[in-house]
Design a protein around this ligand. Structure first.
Ligand code: NAP
Length: 444
């Protein structure tokens, strides 16, 4: 099969879904060699079957705001592929949410979840609801109305949602409360729960921690130490917080975080109480990062992204396509050694091309940020076994999983000249596992 031809068909079928097409194009372009080495994949039309989701649910979410006005939002759940385990993937609440964004995230999730070595399929969901500026009661009423629709499609062995942008512990709590009431069962149907009702230790930190374990491995494989390195981080949400925490613990210096208003440059390093302040900032400052500068005497650069600073390591931690070709050129000119996406699809294809052509270490989101969903998988295991592991136990398992993902990326991504193409490695390793499972289970 010429996978280019398949790509053209997918483009013709979904012409307006640019993020989804971008994610599919990246995977198809990197698996072609291995696909053609296995004629049985072509015979079973594995690629054609993989690129379309199993099903998409779209539903209306009606709720009442604090002024008594009725509001209507759209809700979605995209169940992409459950060949290796129950559908699993986060819920995103952000005004930009649309089917293309959720399909890209759901598609990537298939390979990411396969890489974790845990039995989880790929899914994603969410709503165009904007939690920003909403009261607690409004968020609760929205989450309850959302779950009134979603609950019939999910279950602990069917589909297990989690958090993502705009969905943290608070939202998961409200969603879980309504699910429990409707389904009359207390099972691990959502992950990212509070510790009091089945959550796992380390889950809030897991995506950022896992990202740093992976980054450290990348550097060590290239004979470098993360200690003493300067790191530029974007975003100041859950993932940016976990990443900053682990990076400073590893002896690196984090010099930037960013928000929709611009970025902070703190030459003294963002550490200790400054990292804790990120959470406070997010909860109280209506999503602007500039108050950090006043509080800690750092620089605030309005309307710019942090990729213009001199840094050894760049960690996109906010959203998709947040680092473009120009940003990549700036980072390279400033001597960046490693770029690891902790956000999903943080770099544009042109930026990735820059890194790979210039032999800069580049780690794709589906490998680097897999620690989040992996720890969700560990939460599912603890719920199913009715036990709780200690933070040390969860962290040890997370480190082992990130090590295994790194090993798989090196195995399939190492080039003849020694450069490791982590993008190719992650795509091939994830794809092979899913494709073999699809073959073994027949045409279903
Ligand atoms: P979060 O706590 O809600 O923070 C998200 C950050 O990204 C905020 O600073 C947000 O600012 C910014 N952002 C979101 N959408 C944006 C857009 N369209 N344009 C510009 N900025 C935008 O979410 P998070 O959990 O940290 O997630 C961050 C990234 O990590 C996402 O790519 C997510 O898919 C990925 N990820 C998360 C997990 C997890 O466990 N949470 C796991 C794997 C991957 P605004 O709200 O002002 O736009």
């Amino acid at each position: 099969m010429n996978l280019n031809k398949l790509m053209l068909q997918v483009e013709a079928k979904h012409p307006n879904e640019k993020e989804y097409l971008q994610a599919v194009r990246e995977v198809l372009s990197t698996i072609e060699d291995v696909y053609n080495e296995h004629p049985e994949f072509e015979k079973a039309k594995i690629a054609e079957r993989l690129v379309e989701p199993d099903r998409i649910f779209t539903f209306k979410v009606v709720w009442t705001d604090d002024r008594g006005e009725v509001q209507t939002n759209l809700g979605y759940r995209i169940q992409f592929n459950n060949i290796i385990g129950p559908y699993k993937g986060g819920l995103r609440f952000h005004p930009s949410v649309n089917p293309s964004i959720l399909k890209f995230l759901g598609f990537e999730q298939i390979f990411k979840n396969a890489l974790t070595t845990l039995p989880m399929g790929g899914a994603k969901g969410g709503s165009d609801f904007d939690p920003k500026g909403k009261s607690d009661s409004e968020v609760m009423r929205f989450c309850q109305a959302f779950m009134m629709e979603l609950w019939r499609y999910i279950g602990p062995d069917t589909d297990v949602p989690a958090g993502d942008i705009g969905v943290g512990g608070r939202e998961i709590g409200y969603l879980y409360g309504m699910y429990r009431k409707l389904a009359r069962e207390n099972t691990g149907v959502l992950t990212g729960k509070n510790l009091e009702f089945g959550g796992s230790l380390i889950r809030p930190e897991a995506t950022g921690f896992g990202g740093l374990y992976f980054t450290k491995q990348m550097l060590e494989t290239a004979g470098m130490d993360i200690k003493g390195k300067t790191i530029a981080i974007s975003g100041f949400g859950n993932v940016a917080w976990g990443a900053a925490l682990k990076a400073t613990e590893m002896g690196a210096k984090v010099v930037t975080i960013s928000g929709p208003d611009g970025y902070i440059y703190d030459e003294n390093g963002i550490e200790g109480e400054k990292i804790d302040y990120m959470l406070e900032l997010r909860a109280t400052c209506n999503d602007i990062v500039s108050p950090y500068a006043e509080k800690f005497g750092a620089k605030f650069i309005a309307g710019k992204k942090p990729w213009e600073v001199k840094a050894d390591i760049a960690l996109p931690c906010a959203t998709q396509n947040e680092l473009n070709e120009n940003d990549a050129k700036l980072l390279i000119a400033n001597g960046v050694k490693c770029v690891a996406e902790i956000s999903n699809m943080g770099c544009t294809p042109e930026a990735i091309e820059q890194f790979i052509n210039n032999k800069i270490m580049y780690g794709p989101g589906k490998a680097v940020n897999a620690g989040g969903v992996a720890t969700s998988g560990l939460e599912m295991t603890q719920n199913a076994m009715h036990i709780s592991w200690t933070a040390e136990e969860v962290d040890a398992k997370l480190q082992q999983i990130m090590n295994d993902i790194h090993t798989a990326c090196v195995k399939y991504g190492k080039q003849p000249d020694g450069y490791i193409n982590y993008m190719k490695g992650a795509n091939v390793a994830g794809f092979l596992k899913v494709a073999k499972a699809m073959l073994a289970q027949g045409i279903v």
